[in-house]
Design a protein around this ligand. Structure first.
Ligand code: NAP
Ligand code: MG
Length: 506
């Protein structure tokens, strides 16, 4: 006989002592172990040591979560309730998250390796802001009246929630990616079956207790941690999930699209990777450009889909810019996540660290110059130094592929035309940036770069109020802004007869 797994455990959280944290599956507002009692380990990336065992949702568990979500969608959520109820609950969840900022930030830091100060001042407040933004939008989405048919007929449209949504999120911003997904879905009236990354499930599970405390009806938010190839695969193939929203790598995005096509043609939105170019023209404030590029590539230790990972600088200012960027790389506040002084922590896993170091090796072999960094840092955990690579060629692996670590490649251009050509020489199209003091030039370049987000004389700024998503292979659809809630709604057109008589036969 197998002994049922516990669904919570004590975990030592820096600054908080032993904290009871959920480790089970959250289905229909209840904590349950996986049906087959399977678990997986979660590791602290700053030490490489195990933190806790988490339940691993099987196909059967996913199916139970979908049943709960379907029941809630048909009976207690969606079009069954006034939007005011959804608004109150989402705002209440935001309030509870604000109340628990310190413990959530500490858990996020422990699980993902990001500095606890960064988690408390960026990840948690941004997530709260996203919830509140979509709470505010929940009763602003409306259809159209189309009355251009004379007296006998008119038509209108309804914006209705899509239904049960599968949401699969990555490990780089575990809480923020959760907020970007659940806030618009809940506001639209959808119900959710979410899989957090196997590497970072702790804050997603914590949020479920807050959702229950806030008073969300059972089945509205379900959390099924597990591996991508098992739990994620069960979600993407499920016949009763109406839409899937995914953030992560291009190969996984492609696999999810195929699964959706092969099952019930569920709607798909994808937010995938990038190799985002930044163009720095002569006459720019080079120190400011170096600071923004450093934020773009070293924030979150470079594990960012819109990282400023590919920089091209006009010949005349290239060397000076590289000096400033390398100085910033050396000055990064690298250290233990639990120290308030740290803004640059370890990479998420041994695998990710090794992958990043392999790109540095391949750059050397292909003849690039490692100007600074390129090595591991400290004696434990998965740290990699902030790295600058110069003397690049367009065909090098480090220039073409997403590294997803603190590694920026820097090349040169001679004029605007060449700069734009280099910027667009990629299969990705998530973001791009231009630094210049010429007001017409920044507009020309912003229009020419083929990417979903462009920064002019800054980098990396995102807001819940502004849409975000990719051109080319960086994704399908948009998150955030009003586009974010539209992605969880579908338009129904209604034609009404006001007296028109039909003669038969025609
Ligand atoms: P990934 O494999 O795309 O994982 C993202 C999410 O998808 C995780 O929850 C993952 O689960 C799940 N998943 C994996 N295979 C799946 C499948 N066949 N069906 C359904 N879900 C599946 O990304 P990763 O392995 O964590 O990281 C690899 C690379 O992805 C990174 O090096 C980076 O280039 C890119 N990435 C991009 C972003 C972004 O923001 N765009 C974020 C993270 C990573 P498991 O964690 O359990 O495998
Ligand atoms: Mg993975």
């Amino acid at each position: 006989m197998t002994v049922a797994q516990k669904t919570s455990t004590k975990l030592d959280v820096p600054g908080h002592g032993a904290v009871e944290v959920p480790t089970g599956l959250f289905i229909n507002n209840e904590w349950v172990p996986a049906k087959d009692n399977a678990t997986f380990e979660v590791v602290n990336p700053a030490t490489g040591k195990k933190l806790v065992d988490i339940s691993h949702a099987s196909d059967e568990d996913v199916d139970n979560a979908v049943k709960a979500a379907r029941d809630a969608f048909e009976n207690t959520w969606g079009t069954n309730v006034d939007a005011g109820e959804r608004i109150a609950l989402i705002n209440k969840l935001a309030d509870l998250l604000e109340r628990d900022t310190k413990i959530v930030a500490a858990l996020e830091s422990l699980d993902s390796g990001k500095g606890v100060r960064m988690a408390a001042t960026s990840d948690v407040p941004e997530s709260i802001g996203c919830l509140r933004y979509y709470a505010g939008l929940a009763d602003k989405v409306a259809g159209q009246t189309i009355n251009h048919f004379g007296p006998d007929r008119f038509a209108y449209t309804l914006q209705q929630p899509i239904g049960v949504c599968g949401q699969i999120i990555p490990w780089n911003y575990p809480l923020m990616m959760l907020a970007w997904k659940i806030a618009p879905a809940l506001a639209a009236g959808c119900t959710i079956v979410m899989k957090p990354s196997e590497l970072t499930p702790l804050t997603a599970l914590y949020i479920c207790n807050l959702a229950k405390e806030a008073g969300f009806p059972p089945g509205v938010l379900n959390m099924v941690p597990g591996l991508g190839k098992t739990t994620g695969n069960a979600i993407s193939h499920h016949m009763d999930i109406d839409k899937i929203a995914f953030t992560g790598s291009v190969p996984t995005g492609r696999a999810i699209s195929v699964a959706a096509a092969e099952s019930n043609l569920k709607k798909v939105t994808l937010e995938l990777g990038g190799k985002s170019p930044a163009l720095i023209f002569e006459g720019s404030d080079l120190q400011q450009a170096a600071n923004w590029i450093s934020l773009g590539i070293y924030f979150n230790s470079g594990q960012d889909c819109c990282a400023s990972s590919r920089v091209y600088v006009q010949d005349s200012v290239h060397d000076e810019f590289v000096k400033l960027l390398a100085a910033n790389a050396k000055a990064a506040a690298i250290g233990k996540p639990e120290d308030d002084a740290t803004s640059f922590g370890p990479l998420i896993s041994e695998g990710q660290r090794d992958k990043v170091l392999k790109y540095v090796d391949s750059a050397k072999q292909e003849g690039a110059n490692i100007t600074t960094g390129g090595k591991t840092w400290g004696n434990e955990g998965y740290f990699v130094e902030p790295t600058v690579i110069t003397d690049i060629g367009q065909d090098m692996k480090c220039v073409r592929e997403e590294i997803f670590g603190p590694v920026v490649v820097v090349g040169k251009f001679s004029d605007e035309k060449e700069a734009i050509k280099l910027a667009n020489d990629t299969t990705y199209g998530l973001a791009g940036a231009v630094f210049s003091k010429d007001a017409s030039q920044v507009q020309r370049v912003a229009q020419a770069i083929k990417a979903g987000t462009i920064w002019i004389n800054n980098y990396g700024i995102l807001s819940s109020r502004v849409p975000f998503g990719g051109f080319k292979q960086s994704g399908i659809g948009r998150e955030l802004g009003t586009a974010g809630i539209d992605a969880y709604m579908q338009t129904k057109s209604v034609h009404q007869n006001l007296g028109e008589q039909l003669e038969w036969p025609l």
